[in-house]
Design a protein around this ligand. Structure first.
Ligand code: 13P
Length: 287
């Protein structure tokens, strides 16, 4: 069964650890992340961007696959299926398809329009018991066609959106999707602290988890981040392991071309990355 992300994030916020959101792209990704969560007795959030949703033939397919996999793999840790950077229409479509959590990313609208649209998403989500993430201050970089300017959020605007009744809030604090450029100046912890003060005990979300140095991740968690999103890092470790397999000529030995063999090293690499992140975020044995 899928659960809303509310309870697991409330617990994480109280316990000063974070739950990882790991983005999924296909069956291998989903299976690797679910098994790792179970093995580490950790709550987990499966993130689905609108692009990845389309790639997997739609939100309905994704929800059906995830629900069936949770059941057949006997996954008993809390699992939320979460729309990542949803549009307004996308958020409604994901809720109707059976997602247990949605992000409505209205950060590119003016604050008033962001407020209005976020309210409408919250009203529908409340009817269905679904958790909602909102965003203030666009996250930098590009993810699946969603491009953000890398703004630093205004703490007062954060308070305004948080007050609408969202369950978690993503705020830009200098974080970027994808690999960080060499001249990146780090996270703005002063802003993070101000935001947390203004929004009370609302769990905060750190996007762009790939490549943030461990000490910065830990500091962000100590200041109120309860959900850290990781996408690119699993893609990189999957690609590196697959490359190694091909470069070693293993696909040409015996039945090494069988997709179940060809994709196995990448699958194991995703598992290792997810485990490492769960340890760093402190969510192991918190299910
Ligand atoms: P990365 O791809 O940088 O890990 O970011 C993931 C993310 O924030 C998903 O919304």
């Amino acid at each position: 069964m899928l659960v809303s992300a509310k309870e697991m994030l409330t617990k994480a916020h109280e316990g000063k650890y974070a739950v990882g959101q790991f983005n999924i792209n296909n069956l291998e990704w989903t299976k690797a992340i679910l098994l790792t969560a179970q093995e580490n007795n950790s709550p987990v959030i499966l993130g689905v961007s609108e692009g990845a949703g389309k790639y997997m033939t739609g939100f309905k397919t994704v929800a059906a696959m995830v629900k069936a996999m949770v059941e057949t793999l006997n996954i008993t840790v809390p699992v939320a299926l979460h729309l990542d950077h949803g549009t307004y229409d996308g958020a409604f479509a994901a809720m109707e398809a059976g997602f247990s959590s949605v992000m409505f990313d209205g950060s590119h609208y003016g604050i008033e329009e962001n407020v209005q649209k976020t309210k409408e998403v919250i009203a529908k989500a409340a009817e269905l018991g679904i958790s909602v993430e909102a965003e203030v201050g666009a996250i930098g970089g590009e993810e699946d066609g969603v491009v953000g300017g890398g703004e630093v959020a205004d703490p007062d605007e954060c308070a305004k959106i948080a007050g609408l009744g969202v369950d978690m809030l993503a705020a830009g604090i200098g974080n970027i999707h994808g690999v960080y450029p060499a001249n990146w100046t780090g996270l703005h912890f002063d802003v993070l602290a101000q935001i947390q003060e203004k929004v009370g005990d609302m769990p905060l979300v750190l996007h762009g988890g790939t490549g943030i140095p461990e000490d910065m991740v830990k500091k962000a968690i100590s200041l109120g981040v309860s959900k850290v999103n990781v996408n690119t890092e699993c893609q990189l470790s999957f690609a590196a392991a697959t490359r190694q397999y091909i470069e070693a000529g293993k696909d040409q030995q015996g039945k090494g071309f069988d997709p179940r063999k060809l994709l196995a090293p990448g699958f194991e690499a995703i598992k290792a990355t997810v485990k490492e992140k769960m340890e760093l975020f402190g969510s192991v044995n918190k299910a």
